[in-house]
Design a protein around this ligand. Structure first.
Ligand code: ADP
Length: 351
């Protein structure tokens, strides 16, 4: 397959230039907060530097960028990066997700409806089923797919040539991706890291400006410290503090932020009720662990996937939970944070 940039994407051609991005639904508040320029995309310097090299080199050679995979916990900016890449390359982005592509026919229809040079963004790619995944391999590698038409003895395989495209995929659970799929992301597999408090503070300041909120450094710093090192959470907490300030007819100050966060049950370490419930369950029901994830899920009535994607990475990052070969165990800090006494027998063993 030629992966050269299609004529329609080159400037000064007669054909009209391809739309920049597909806007789905109304331009909501969240979309207004999503950075639309690299300069506004704070942090993840390592990824931005690598993407700069990848995109510039591809552009200079007149080729499309190779397929890219982003992974990491939700809300860290995977989708935003994909939109920025589309903008940078002047490509149209088509957005879908693993669970939306149920059958091979769904994938065939998505792929054959691409225009040359498009970016296809597949969110939650770990939720693609195996049969669909296997059809994606030749699409990524050779730019074609094999479709079986008909049934029984009259069935025949037809090879469909696809327009050249770049696949950008995102996942919160890289471990669920098969090795053959992972290896086909020849443009790179990038892990998004949690943000620093300083980076989150900058994101909050930028969002506050867009939302027209006057917020001082103390108040934004407090929101940042409780944002789970995650931009989406930071924006969410900022919006809730704004609501609280509005209905109480107050200015956004540190005192007001503390009140609003208390009402939301977000504690001083940024833990939610569910995070605390997980720690308390391990401590009270399983003597501090180790205990398997499925057992914790059953005991807390939470989805195993949510625990693994959302709660566990943050609790581990904060040093409250550790993952051992035999399951999950709380640390000494977890007892301290919950103001619980470490039992005698555990004094020596705890990290
Ligand atoms: P993911 O796809 O990883 O779940 P998103 O790309 O949807 O995360 O990001 C969630 C929101 O967080 C975005 O809408 C954006 O407002 C904000 N955001 C994410 N990353 C950044 C960043 N690096 N700088 C500024 N805002 C960001």
């Amino acid at each position: 397959m030629s992966r050269r940039i299609p004529k329609s994407r080159e400037p000064d051609t007669d054909t009209p230039s391809v739309e920049k991005t597909v806007v789905i639904g109304d331009v909501s508040l969240d979309q207004a907060l999503r950075p639309s320029k690299w300069a506004d995309y704070i942090g993840q310097e390592h990824i931005k530097n690598n993407l700069h090299v990848l995109l510039t080199a591809a552009k200079e050679r007149g080729h499309l960028p190779e397929h890219i995979l982003f992974y990491g916990p939700p809300g860290l900016g995977k989708t935003t990066l994909s939109y920025l890449i589309a903008k940078e390359t002047g490509a149209q982005i088509k957005v879908t997700s693993g669970p939306a592509i149920e059958k091979v026919g769904d994938l065939a229809s998505v792929l054959t409806n691409l225009s040359p040079g498009d970016i296809l963004f597949i969110d939650e790619i770990h939720r693609l089923n195996k049969t669909v995944e296997e059809v994606l391999y030749p699409a990524m590698e050779a730019g074609s797919i094999d479709i079986i038409i008909g049934k029984g003895p009259s069935a025949r395989t037809v090879q469909l040539e696809l327009p050249p495209f770049t696949l950008i995929a995102a996942t919160t659970r890289i471990a669920l991706l098969s090795a053959p799929l992972r290896s086909r992301f020849s443009g790179g597999v990038y892990r998004l890291e949690f943000y620093t408090n300083e980076e989150i503070s900058r994101i909050i300041k930028r969002s506050a400006k867009i939302l027209g909120i006057d917020i001082d450094t103390e108040a934004s710093g407090e929101i940042a410290r409780r944002s789970r090192f995650t931009p989406r959470t930071a924006n969410y907490l900022l919006k809730r503090c704004r609501d609280y300030a509005q209905i109480n007819k107050k200015e956004i100050s540190l005192a007001m932020v503390l009140e609003a966060l208390k009402l939301l049950n977000i504690d001083s370490m940024g833990l939610t009720i569910t995070d605390r419930q997980i720690l308390e369950t391990i401590i009270h029901k399983f003597s501090g662990g180790p205990v398997g994830l499925s057992t914790i899920a059953a005991a807390t009535s939470e989805e195993e996937a949510t625990l693994e994607e959302v709660n566990e990475p943050y609790l581990m990052q904060m040093g409250l939970l550790e993952r051992t070969a035999r399951g999950r165990a709380v640390t000494r800090l977890a007892y301290e944070h919950l103001s619980l006494q470490v039992p005698e027998g555990l004094q020596e063993k705890l990290l």
